[in-house]
Design a protein around this ligand. Structure first.
Ligand SMILES: Cc1cc2nc3c(=O)[nH]c(=O)nc-3n(C[C@H](O)[C@H](O)[C@H](O)COP(=O)(O)OP(=O)(O)OC[C@H]3O[C@@H](n4cnc5c(N)ncnc54)[C@H](O)[C@@H]3O)c2cc1C
Length: 425
């Protein structure tokens, strides 16, 4: 008898957890991803700020899943999905499915201003992170070669847009790079005098955290020399200039951490989408009228059985994956569709690092801040990172940076012939 075909789109947190959960099932799984690796996005900001190198936070999908005999990995880009014909259309493949799990994640969102992407890159992939690192480091090199004080000030100004965890982590890491890591190596400029802005449209930063923790994070950032500008929306972004409602900031490096929207492949489904272009799913995580098609993780819009809107975080994607795997396994066992349990999201809490030795964390009504929260952050991220080699490498890098204040990934590659970073990195 022909085995049921399960197509999984995306080898991120959701897709990978789903494939692993189905490893013992009598099915044919095909995992399609346009990258050859699984990426640990929570540490991307450290690659962007020269703390870690790219291979330390990624792992080839074929290496992770190579032993799983019921699974084949295809490296290809999905362009469309035909729900009626039950086909996935990728650049080089057309794949038929019995079950389809869409786990294509999110992309950086610019509130409809996609033209800003060129001047204010977002952080979603390893390519983004290495482009940002090049842009950041090249700006200091160009400042060292300049004798114009205004140009030096512009080149050494960094503006991070978005006061959520990613923006806070980026701003803190940029401040440490400029104040602690780069000084000493330059002769004509003082990298420690770099200006770092964190810009947020809402009245405060870290809005998903308690007011106390958000205040603590703000104070800590300000102590590190970050100017936090909140309650001021961005009006325009141009080359080297960030225009806010009340001022203009001349900054060579503008980084966008202000929002995400669903992967645009969702639009190809031809169904009505939810906020942020997400795919609406029921509590069984399937699309209405298509019980064999599921969406999980950042691309899905799901209100769980308790009425909670499931957030776009890694634990949610993994929990959704396990839920879908259980549904598929139950139906395979029963040989037919059977009643499905409703998904219940388990909120494991929130965390953000602010810099060396400081973080904020909350879980189950408990709050932590400072060094203890930072140690908890380090531990959890090491445990969740895929691959023993990566865990060891990252641990060694962290200990080395902590003791020496040095960062191991400061090499600039891909410098264009004119020595300037192209727009966007
Ligand atoms: C900078 C950053 C920091 C973050 N920090 C945290 C954190 O600290 N804690 C936390 O819980 N969450 C964090 N998140 C969010 C978390 O990474 C996401 O919620 C999680 O990755 C969602 O998992 P997913 O499986 O839905 O999508 P992803 O993990 O994004 O995976 C999507 C996969 O689909 C592939 N793909 C995309 N488009 C196509 C296509 N057209 N064809 C083929 N393949 C495609 C991608 O290559 C990728 O492998 C962070 C995100 C970012 C960007």
């Amino acid at each position: 008898m022909k085995k049921p075909r399960v197509i999984v789109l995306g080898g991120g947190f959701g897709g990978l957890a789903l494939c692993k959960a189905l490893r013992r099932s009598e099915i044919e799984i095909t995992l399609v991803d346009r990258q050859n690796h699984h990426l640990f996005q929570p540490l991307l900001y450290q690659v962007a700020t020269a703390g870690l190198s790219a291979p330390e936070i990624a792992q080839p999908l074929r290496a992770i899943l190579g032993q799983q005999e019921n699974l084949r990995v295809i490296m290809d880009e999905v362009v469309s999905i035909d729900l009626t014909a039950k086909k996935v259309i990728a650049r080089a493949h057309v794949l038929d499915f019995d079950y389809l799990v869409i786990a294509l994640g999110a992309v950086t969102g610019y509130f409809g201003h996609h033209e800003w992407a060129e001047h204010a890159p977002g952080l979603k992939s390893l390519d983004d992170a290495t482009r940002i690192r090049r842009k950041l480091l090249l700006a200091f090199e160009r400042a060292e070669n300049s004798s114009d004080p205004a140009e030096i000030a512009r080149l050494t100004t960094i503006a991070v847009v978005g006061g959520g965890p990613t923006g806070v982590e980026m701003a803190g890491a940029c401040a440490e790079l400029a104040r602690k890591v780069l000084p000493g190596g330059f002769r004509r400029i003082d990298p420690a005098s770099a200006r770092i802005y964190l810009v947020e449209a809402a009245p405060g930063i870290l809005n998903t955290f308690s007011t106390d923790l958000a205040h603590y994070a703000r104070e800590r950032l300000e102590k590190m020399g970050v100017t936090v500008v909140s309650g001021v929306p961005v009006k325009e972004v141009g080359p080297g200039r960030l225009v806010l409602e009340d001022r203009e900031i001349a900054a060579e490096t503008i980084l966008w951490a202000a929002g995400v929207e669903a992967n645009p492949v969702a639009r190809a489904l031809g169904i009505e989408l939810a906020r942020g272009g997400r795919i609406p799913v029921g509590t069984d995580l399937a699309l209405a009228g298509h019980p064999g098609v599921f969406a999980i993780g950042d691309i899905a819009s799901c209100t769980d059985v308790k009425g909670v809107l499931v957030p776009g975080v890694a634990p949610a994607a993994m929990q959704m994956a396990k839920h879908v795997a259980t549904i598929i396994k139950n139906e395979l066992k029963a040989g037919t569709r059977c009643p499905r349990r409703a998904f219940a999201y388990w909120d494991k809490g929130n965390m953000a690092t602010i810099g060396r030795s400081a973080a904020v964390a909350e879980a189950g009504g408990l709050e932590m801040r400072g060094f203890v929260a930072w140690l908890a952050w380090l531990f959890i991220h090491l445990v969740l990172l895929v691959g023993l080699r990566n865990r060891i490498a990252v641990f060694i890098q962290w200990v080395y940076s902590y003791i020496t204040y040095r960062r191991g990934a400061r090499i600039i590659t891909g410098v264009p012939e004119d020595g300037n970073a192209p727009p966007g990195g």
